[in-house]
Design a protein around this ligand. Structure first.
Ligand SMILES: [Zn+2]
Length: 382
């Protein structure tokens, strides 16, 4: 188990049904990304590891979904899913290019939420040290009353509600390129969930939130932490920001569980965003989270955004190997290589920005970190 010197007991929660999650034919969230990921994990031998088990999810119940969402909104999604037209769907953020409506959307979303719930149940019960549900996390923009940014029902909020109900304190770390706004909103007034989101600044990217000044309200004051970064921030500067903020706050918070959203749309080839991480930069973050998890003892991980198929398959395969404490060879197995043309897990790093732009990036990020030092650190005695 985690921290004992033995290999962690890892659960991988997934079913092929989840790669049928097609929002619309032209939507950037292409379901095949999860199919590629699973094929690469299998070809890399991860499913044969003795300390890894594969489990199927169950659909979330309506009562579980309603811990995070208004019953009126849940009813609308359910009706649309069964063929209703729902002329007022726009009021709930539905029927937009980001959140198209379709038959069966309630059931596939409830199953997606169920992956995070099963992962959480396994970890809470001590049946796994780490559980990874890669189809979850992508709903991190979904709000109590409406859909947003591909998100319909917020699996992370729902799963963490269950943990809080069980009396646990949860540290949530969201490394997706977009601000985890729906998760922040879902626990904004709670001191039992610390949310930390490191992302491209809302000044340039959807959803336009995630500023340092959004620190929480009431009992949650100080427990909402945002690390907005400049576009084109690369591995080194991303990690400098992560290192300064994340480990110290998590240790000071003393959570019972670590819950991470592992979006990989921070990748330099991602078509929707502008950060510049490599697959190895991403995996280094997963290694640092694994090290924190080894101190805490319980770790639930969900997926998230990621719209470059190669980056998604490689990064989440690397992440699962890290969770299982398995050293993955850098060479992509030939059975996968022949289909994809990919040869290495690690990227050749992108060119650095010109020095004058690098200066601007560093100045922006250093303003962010100074604001965090003055607004957040004192609450944690740092
Ligand atoms: Zn994203």
């Amino acid at each position: 188990m985690i921290g004992s010197g033995l290999k962690p007991n890892v659960a991988f929660v997934y079913t092929d049904e989840l790669s049928q999650y097609q929002l619309s034919p032209e939507h950037p969230l292409r379901p095949i990304r999860l199919e590629h990921m699973q094929n690469l994990m299998r070809a890399s031998g991860l499913f044969d590891l003795p300390n890894l088990s594969r489990l199927a999810p169950r659909p979330a119940t309506r009562a579980e979904i309603e811990t995070a969402h208004d019953p009126e909104y849940v009813s609308i999604v359910h009706a649309i899913s069964q063929g209703a037209i729902a002329p007022d769907r726009g009021k709930f953020g539905l029927g937009t290019p980001d959140n198209p409506t379709r038959l069966g959307m309630y059931d596939t979303t409830a199953l997606c939420v169920g992956t995070a719930l099963v992962a959480s149940e396994l970890v809470i019960a001590g049946n796994a040290d780490v559980a990874f549900a890669p189809a979850g996390g992508v709903h991190h923009h979904a709000m109590r009353h409406h859909a947003s940014g591909f998100g319909v029902f917020n699996d992370a909020v729902i799963a963490m509600n269950m943990m809080v109900e069980a009396g646990l304190r949860v540290a949530y770390v969201d490394i997706d390129c977009h601000h985890g706004g729906g998760v922040q909103a879902g626990h904004y007034d709670s001191g039992r969930v610390l949310t930390i989101s490191i992302h491209e600044s809302g000044q340039w990217l959807f959803p336009g939130t995630g500023y340092v000044q959004e620190t929480g309200t009431g009992d949650g004051a100080g427990y909402s932490v945002n690390i907005p970064l400049a576009p084109y921030t690369g591995d080194e500067d991303w990690h400098a920001a992560f290192d300064l903020v994340v480990p110290g706050l998590i240790r000071a918070f003393e959570p019972d569980v670590l819950f991470t959203q592992l979006g990989i749309d921070t990748h330099f080839q991602d078509p929707l965003t502008h950060l510049s991480l490599t697959t190895q930069g991403f995996n280094l973050a997963v290694q640092k989270l694994a090290s924190l998890a080894s101190e805490i003892g319980k770790w639930v991980a969900v997926g998230g955004g990621g719209y470059d198929l190669s980056a998604v398959a490689r990064s989440w395969t690397m992440a699962l190997a890290t969770m299982a404490d398995y050293e993955l060879p850098d060479v992509v197995p030939s059975s996968f290589n022949s289909l994809s043309g990919l040869t290495r897990f690690h990227d050749t790093a992108p060119l650095s920005p010109e020095p004058r732009y690098l200066d601007e990036i560093r100045q922006f990020n250093s303003r962010t970190l100074n604001e965090i030092r003055s607004l957040i650190f004192p609450k944690f005695g740092l």
